[in-house]
Design a protein around this ligand. Sequence first.
Ligand SMILES: *Cc1c(COP(=O)(O)O)cnc(C)c1O
Length: 495
Amino acid sequence: MFYKSTRNSAAKVTSAQAIAKGISVEGGLFVPESIPQLCEKTIDKMLDMSYIERAKTVLSMFLDDYTAEELDYCVSSAYTGSFDNEQPAPIVSLDDNCKILELWHGPTCAFKDLALQLLPYLMTTAVKKTDGKNTVILVATSGDTGKAALEGFSDVPGTNIIVFYPSDGVSNMQKRQMCTQVGENVLVCGIKGNFDDAQTGVKKIFTNPEICAKLDENGFNFSSANSINWGRLVPQIVYYVSAYCDLKKNGANLENGFNVVVPTGNFGNILAAYYAKNMGVPIAKLICASNENNVLTDFINTGVYNKNRAFHTTFSPSMDILVSSNLERLIYELCGCDDKANSNLQTKLSTEGVYTVSADVLAKLKENFAAGWCDDKGTLETIKKYYDKYGYLCDTYTAVALNVYDKYVAESGDDKVTVIASTASPYKFVPAVLSALGNESDIPSDDFEQARYLSTITKTEPPKSLVELEKATVRFDTTIDKQDMTTAILDFLKI
Ligand SMILES: *Cc1c(COP(=O)(O)O)cnc(C)c1O
């Protein structure tokens, strides 16, 4: 099976090459030439498998240039011992229809661990098969990716990792998680600007021929751990397939399929659900949930993608995004894998900040997706509502998804079983969660005191990795202008 670029269908690479490179030379993203199909027999076999076995089954269908031994090594290393739950992606059933898929039992308490615990193994295995250079991972993060990537790559031989985050766009806890990261091969750096500034800066460096040549001469190669890397997406497909197996095994009513709601930023997580659907998982509607940065809601409802709008800082900062990188893969698919048509739209986006898809593409979009959004007030109300109604404590991201789910059901009357992707632990965003529960006057000011307070009033356990942060040493405290990103990289690599 080969992969091609969304901006040049003639660029044909293996999965190992796609994962080692991260992004295609002309700026396109790698996509599989065809989507492998899951037949009923394979699903039935998967029902009694562990998560690790299910992951190997799905990955082997997409990464067919990896040997069975290599996949076994990668998957077992990633998911053994690093999650606080026996099952890395358990489903909590709130009622017959509403099923919460908890994706935050990994070391950084957010869903990105599912992909980023595995990516370093997929990548170092890929590099061994391809050019054997030292990999330099560049990450632009709105919070969670950075820490999850740092945890995954820390002290992995043959790799360096450099993380840029918007200095005012991440929570205190996220900043602390990143700036205390251990490992000789890591650099963490704040950027004056927002997430899009950091992401644009990283993309420019990736595609700058002079910088790439300089790395090459010194035995280095850039790669990306951002969700544009195929090695990030494919582990995410696994948990939607696994969720289907669990629902089926537990006798959920799947006669008409099931819906999935995903709190969405860069469009990686929901795109993985779209691929799962195209493999044959009976997903009916993919419901895209946004915060006040509702560019995707408008796009799915109208076919016009317009990033020329105010940028909002919200209680769900990892979704404060105006350019959703992974959407390009969907656009390419929906344009009938037409690289020219996709390139034209992407050029419009970078020059004018807006594009409009054809009526035909819009129809296909609407057939697969529904979309909604909610503001911070709605987010907090939803945390309280679900805590009062089900005793279920959720974070701000999951709350955005639940808010949009409630509105979707009220408007459509669609009563299918629905899987809500729960992307973070409530302990990652304690101040917002506490104010949602309405205990404002007694809230302590210290982050760790707050977590203990939340634990006391809700009788829930804070994740161990967050508790341990209190005693960790801060190793990184610099903030730089975005034009100085290249210098920071070259200094760190000493070239
Ligand atoms: C990154 C992130 C998201 C958004 O996921 P995308 O794949 O970028 O759409 C949602 N929730 C949390 C907690 C995240 O960290």
